[in-house]
Ligand binder design. Sequence first.
Ligand code: HEC
Ligand code: HEC
Length: 265
Amino acid sequence: MLAAQLTKKRTLFVIPVLAILCVLATASFSRPIHAAPQEVPESAPPVQTPPVPSLVQQGKLIFDYTPQYAPKWTGNTLTCTDCHRLSGTVPYASPMIDISGLFPMYSKRAGHVITLQQRIQECFVRSENGKPLPVNSPEMKSLVAYINSLWTNGVRNKPYKYRGLVRLPELTGNAVRGKAVYTANCAACHQDNGEGIPDAYPPLWGPNSYNDGAGMHNNAKFAAWVQHNMPLQRPGILTPQEAYDVAAYVNSQPRPKFNQAYKTY
Ligand code: HEC
Ligand code: HEC
């Protein structure tokens, strides 16, 4: 009897507790799922979204800092602007000015007509010792947009007056004499070991340089580029013969091999 009474008392106590719990639960579930948006106080600063770089700006970044902005497709530390100087604007440093109006054009190396995109791929697989970036990749689209922005004459098939490299007589370089030219005129920046100084002076040979399929590995092209553009502080001081000699020396040094699998044609 005592036990039964106790049980009854407990039941009497438990019922209201359950009821309260039920009310609380219903209350919490019946709250609206989406709280009303809080009003932004008028003094709050406007939300700052960083400006999205245009395709042209993105292309210039890739051109100037190639390994940083196109890491998937580069295999060394060279930027486009290391050779196509000052973002592709320097006369006879193979400038990008007005080349958009020349492509598609016949390529001696390919033996047929190639597009601007294919020409860019060539510099990636040879000068950049990298891979042929796809025509539809964002990097390719940006680079083409940047190069198109330098089409200033707007005329088809009319090359810029200072396109390409200076014309030098055809000579034969001597690597032994070239080493002396190098020590006197180049080593201060590009270093005795040819590897340059990261972010200051680009490498001329070694693992971070252009490969043996690159335009620069052709002594006539190297000599023409260097004669007009180097040494940086006094370009033009080398005679054509000295330019060929230093080309023979630099291009006899070790460097990456062109990967035939990346031939773009
Ligand atoms: C190691 C030097 C070097 C680097 C780095 C380099 N190039 Fe070149 N590029 C050359 C040389 C040399 C030529 C051929 C110039 C000539 O024969 O007149 C050339 C030619 C070109 C041409 C054709 C120019 C014309 O007048 O027809 C394009 C386009 C080009 N490069 C784009 C690029 C891009 C884009 C990059 C960076 C991804 C790049 N290059 C990196 C050396 C380089
Ligand atoms: C005062 C420093 C300095 C000196 C001296 C100098 N260079 Fe350069 N060189 C540079 C810089 C910096 C660049 C990158 C291009 C630019 O910034 O315009 C460069 C780029 C190059 C390039 C193309 C990029 C590459 O790494 O393949 C070649 C080739 C080159 N130099 C060869 C030479 C040769 C040969 C000499 C000597 C005759 C020489 N340089 C002397 C600073 C120098």
